[in-house]
Each structure stands twice: as C-alpha cells, then as structure tokens.
Design a protein around this ligand. Structure first.
Ligand code: ATP
Ligand code: MG
Length: 340
C-alpha cells in the first residue's frame, strides 16, 4: 500500500460531549491526494467543515492549489457534509454542547448567563487596570476545572500581544482553587505575538492544535486583540486596510470557536471618541475596532473601575442577556466576588 492511501478507520472525531467533526483526511476517499490535503492543513484547514467555511477564492490563494483542484476539493467536501440546514430542534440539540467557563466571580457569571461561552467570541474592553489581563489569567485556571452543566475542564491557548502574561499569577490563582501549580501551567500553551500578521499566523497553529488534540482544548485567549493592529496600521489612510485584516482575523476566530467548540475570549482597549464632545455623551471613550469588532463579538463586556479592588462589568451587547451590571473584585487569587 502506498503511503498516500492510508485506510481511514475513524470517520471523524467524537469527544466526551459528543462533538463531532470530520477529519480532512477523509478527502482521500474522494480522490484528493495527501499532498493537497497537507497544503490545506498548512493553512489551518483541518476539517471538512473548515473547507465549507472557506471561500473558493481563499482556497485558490493557498500555495499550490489550482482552481481545478479547489473545485475538486469543494466537490469532495460537499459529498461528505450536509449543505448546512438543520431543523431548529436539531440546532437546539447542537447548542447543548455549548459550555460556560466561570470567571471566578458568581456575580459576574450570573451577568453572563454562566460564564464565558463556547462557540462564541466574548470581548472584554475597558481602560487600563480595569482587570482585563487579570480576568484572562483567572480563566486560564478556571477553564481547567470541572464546572457547571457537566463541563469537564480542558486546556487553554493564550496569545499575548502586550507582554503582560505572568505564569506566577497562574500559580497564585491555582492556590486559590487548590490545584497543582505544574499541572496548571502545563495545560496552558502560550505564544507572544509580535505583529498583527504574526497574530494571524498563530491562528493556523491554534487550529492545528485544536484539531490534533480535539476536545481537549476549551479556551483561546487573546490579550489584547487590537494592540498590534494599532501599531501596524497608523492614521486614517491605513484604517480601511486595518479593518479588512481585522475582519479576516475575527472571522477566523469565529470559525475556530464553532468548529472545535471552544470559547474565544479577547480583550480590547478604549480610545477617546472624537465625536463625543459633539454629541455630549456621558462616557466619551469607546472600544476600538469599530463596527467590525462590534459585530464579530457575540458578547461584549465593558469593565470599569470601582472603589479599591472593585470593578464593575456591564453587558454591552449580547444576543440573549439583558444590559445588566455586576460588581466583582480583583484579588491575589484572581477575579472573585466583592466582599460585603
Ligand atoms: P491594561 O489596559 O493596562 O492592559 P488591564 O485591564 O489588563 O489593563 P489588569 O492588569 O488586568 O488591567 O489589572 C490590573 C489591576 O489588577 C491593578 O489594579 C492591580 O492592582 C490588580 N492586580 C494585579 N495583580 C494583582 C495581585 N497579585 N493581587 C491583587 N490585585 C492585583
Ligand atoms: Mg492588560
């Protein structure tokens, strides 16, 4: 038997929560050769769904894939996957796989309907020292712990764009939850991104990793999503290009979250709104990223400072939660409830 004709026994992958995806290697059965499958994997497309989620044009941009080949690949993928319609009942069954990761604060969780949700992008924005990075660190630990609704816990990928990730903080937070330091640190894969392009490239690796250890990874954190875009694109002249690149990244994140049933948590900064003085807005600051980010985030949380270690979270935009507020505290053990 030739190497490129490996017989596939596993039709797909099923994790303990019943999540299923079809491996891209299945294309071999429909006449696509291993070399071409490898090319797809090199750009982070590892599942049949991943092909469905990628436009023909984008596939043609993959090095070594001709238009004819792309057509063949699309055709083969369509044989393996339903065109996309589900009944609302089937969809609700699928939604049952959605899990929530606790923030460490019950009040905050309540605000979010249980915590940070999978198959979605959650964005937390606020001024400096409002707890965005502390929340990111806390989630690195809580995502590993079994939780409500049969959540089993899992691994995390952390993409750091501001060089503020601190393993020592994870140790402190691990102490609070009585879990072993080394085990906690072992379950967090960390990467520092240096440019917005690098940040995008890392997502190829993320997709590959989520695929390789399917069902094991539960959370992807990017702290912060916009910092490098702000540096790489300056001035009004480059705004359009920045927003286009940002849209591509967010679309990628959205797909990854659905494809592998993981939660995506991103932080964001704020900037003075030049139009605010004209409209007499009470809060003249707004999150950066414009409409592109506003529409891509499933749930947006605004954070602001309270007294001492207290912080206030507010639902800014959510498909199902009302615009409420919750007070939480930043403690040595990470995000927690405010003491009475
Ligand atoms: P930026 O926009 O600058 O990135 P941020 O929103 O990420 O800000 P964080 O770094 O999450 O802000 O929060 C900083 C706050 O966390 C500070 O007020 C600090 O007092 C608090 N903090 C940091 N470390 C600890 C700790 N070990 N114990 C208690 N509080 C801490
Ligand atoms: Mg920060």
């Amino acid at each position: 038997m030739k190497e490129d004709q490996v017989v596939l026994e596993e039709p797909g992958f099923q994790d303990e929560e019943g999540f299923l995806f079809q491996d891209i290697d299945l294309l071999q059965k429909h006449g696509i050769n291993v070399a071409d499958i490898k090319k797809l994997k090199s750009v982070g497309i590892c599942t049949i769904k991943g092909i469905q989620m990628t436009t023909r044009r984008a596939l043609c941009n993959v090095k070594g894939l001709s238009e004819a080949k792309v057509d063949k690949i699309k055709e083969a993928a369509n044989k393996l996957i339903e065109p996309g319609f589900l009944t609302a009942f089937e969809y609700s069954e699928k939604r049952k796989m959605v899990f929530h990761i606790t923030t460490g604060s019950q009040e905050f969780d309540k605000l979010l309907g249980g915590g940070i949700e999978s198959m979605a992008i959650t964005e937390a924005f606020g001024e400096f020292r409002t707890g965005k990075t502390q929340l990111s660190h806390t989630l690195c630990v809580t995502a590993q712990l079994p939780g409500a609704g049969g959540y089993s816990g899992g691994k995390i990928i952390f993409i750091d764009t501001e060089n503020t990730f601190r393993p020592d903080r994870l140790r402190d937070i691990a102490d609070r939850f009585n879990v072993d330091h080394d085990a906690v640190l072992d379950n967090v894969l960390y990467a520092r991104a240096y440019t917005s392009e690098h940040q995008m490239e890392l997502l190829d690796y993320v997709a590959a990793k989520f695929h390789e250890e399917a069902g094991i990874f539960k959370l992807l954190i990017i702290d912060s999503i916009m910092a490098l875009f702000r540096v790489d694109f300056s001035g009004r002249g480059e705004l359009a290009e920045r927003q286009q690149k940002l849209a591509q990244m967010l679309s990628r994140l959205q797909k990854i979250s659905e494809e592998y049933n993981v939660a995506v948590f991103v932080t964001n900064q704020m900037t003075a709104d030049p139009g605010a003085t004209m409209t007499f807005q009470a809060d003249p600051k707004k999150p950066i990223g414009g409409h592109i980010l506003a529409h891509a985030s499933t749930t947006r949380i605004s954070l602001r400072k309270g007294r001492g270690e207290l912080r206030i979270a507010k639902i800014y935009d959510s498909p199902e939660m009302p615009e409420n507020e919750a007070t939480f505290a930043i403690t040595a053990g990470g995000i927690g409830d405010a003491k009475e």
